[in-house]
Design a protein around this ligand. Structure first.
Ligand code: NAD
Length: 376
């Protein structure tokens, strides 16, 4: 089949949906690969690296006109128009954006959004949320370290002793756990919290202290387990107790990293504005939920998407695409996720064969041959 890889055009998007490694595999499977000129340049993959493994370098119209189009982000309207009816589009296509799903259906294409893959063992190798969140968690710590005006590790020098930075991590999923591991390597002292009961052991196994917000009812305990590998909104009473504890811990912290997301909903507010007001001057907040709350906020109401705002000497960082700041590895992992997914819909003769009974394929299918399949 002809597989097209367009250049990503959204602001600050540096990733690419195929790397020379995955292109080589696709070509060995019998496909023809069309890479848009400069598609990989921002991810340190020049056109020559793709040509060396057998890809053709083409213009945007040719890349979009392929039978399978691989994208990182959902195509913009003018890009979608270039994908022929009957083609297949695979990417991170915003499964909760019904307007986008309807637009893709109207174009007559079949689209798969990999963020909708189930959290199962079989789906792990194509779990784009995990591969990208892992990178975001890592980069969050490095961005924090860069903005923070002090050392991360404890240092004993001839000029005196420097205390280790104290980091509070709220939400210990894929991003939060990687943030703990990265901060630990830099020598910080870490506390972390999550709603999920399983998080305690994971946090402690990485050498951080678990900040416990105890459950007071069976309902709280049940909701905290989440559904399908994702968190559910916690009852207000639990959120209030969490806010009080976070307020106390944040005042001691030098860096706070928030990572809590609830699919299809606004992120929970974990770091209240009055808590930030009481944090130490020079502290740094990194909000990984930036851009998903009201007016571009995230887990903190003061966050502004893709900006650093300063309140009472506290920097609040709202970068919305941290994975893109590690473009080469983010692309490498993402591209592998894509070819693992393609194995489910392309047979050994390199022909499209979309199974009706595969739970991963069904979950990721947004629209098929002009019909919206997913309804939010
Ligand atoms: P996510 O990005 O949706 O959310 C990040 C974290 O925020 C989650 O751990 C969530 O519990 C937490 N959170 C939500 N509301 C919160 C609140 N009010 N207070 C504190 N924390 C809150 O989640 P994720 O990182 O994509 O995944 C979460 C978990 O799912 C992972 O830790 C992992 O154990 C599991 N997972 C399993 C698979 C698999 O089995 N294939 C794949 C990926 C993830």
């Amino acid at each position: 089949m002809r597989i097209g890889v367009p250049l990503e055009t959204r602001p600050d998007e540096t990733r690419v949906a195929a790397t020379p490694e995955t292109v080589k595999k696709l070509i060995s499977q019998g496909h023809q690969v069309l890479i848009q000129k400069d598609a990989g340049v921002k991810a340190s993959q020049p056109d020559a690296a793709y040509e060396a493994v057998g890809a053709s370098i083409v213009d945007a119209a040719q890349a979009f006109s392929a039978e399978i189009v691989l994208k990182v982000r959902a195509p913009e309207a003018h890009e979608l128009k270039q994908i022929p009816s009957g083609s297949v589009l695979i990417g991170m296509l915003d499964p909760f954006d019904q307007h986008n799903i309807d637009a893709m259906a109207a174009q007559g294409i079949t689209a798969f959004s990999l963020e909708a893959a189930p959290r199962t063992t079989r789906a792990q190798s194509m779990d784009v949320l995990s591969s990208q969140a892992n990178i975001a968690g890592y980069k969050a710590v490095l961005v924090a370290a860069n903005e923070y005006q002090r050392f991360m590790p404890m240092l004993m020098t001839a000029a005196g002793t420097v205390k280790a930075a104290r980091i509070l991590i709220l939400g210990a999923g894929v991003a939060g756990l990687q943030a703990i591991a990265t901060a630990k390597r830099l020598g910080a002292v870490i506390e972390a919290s999550d709603v999920r009961p399983a998080a305690k052991e994971q946090i402690e196994s990485l050498g951080a202290k678990f900040v416990d917000v105890p459950y007071e009812t069976d309902e709280e305990r049940e909701i905290a387990k989440g559904a399908g590998g994702y968190a559910r909104p916690m009852p207000e009473a639990w959120m209030k107790r969490q806010a009080a504890l976070v307020a106390e811990r944040a005042q001691q912290a030098d860096i706070v990293i928030t990572t809590a997301l609830i699919p299809g909903r606004k992120p929970p507010v974990l770091l209240q504005s009055d808590t930030v007001a009481r944090m130490k001057p020079g502290s740094v907040v990194i909000d990984l939920a930036a851009g998903r709350g009201d007016n571009g906020s995230g887990n903190c109401p003061l966050t502004e998407a893709d900006k650093i705002v300063e309140k009472n000497g506290v920097k609040i960082i709202g970068y919305t695409n941290l994975a893109s700041m590690v473009a080469a590895d983010a692309s490498a992992l993402y591209a592998r996720n894509l070819i693992d997914f393609m194995k489910l819909i392309v047979n050994a003769e390199a022909k499209l064969l979309i199974p009706a009974d595969d739970d991963i394929v069904t979950a990721c299918l947004m629209c098929r041959d002009g019909q919206a399949v997913r309804k939010n």
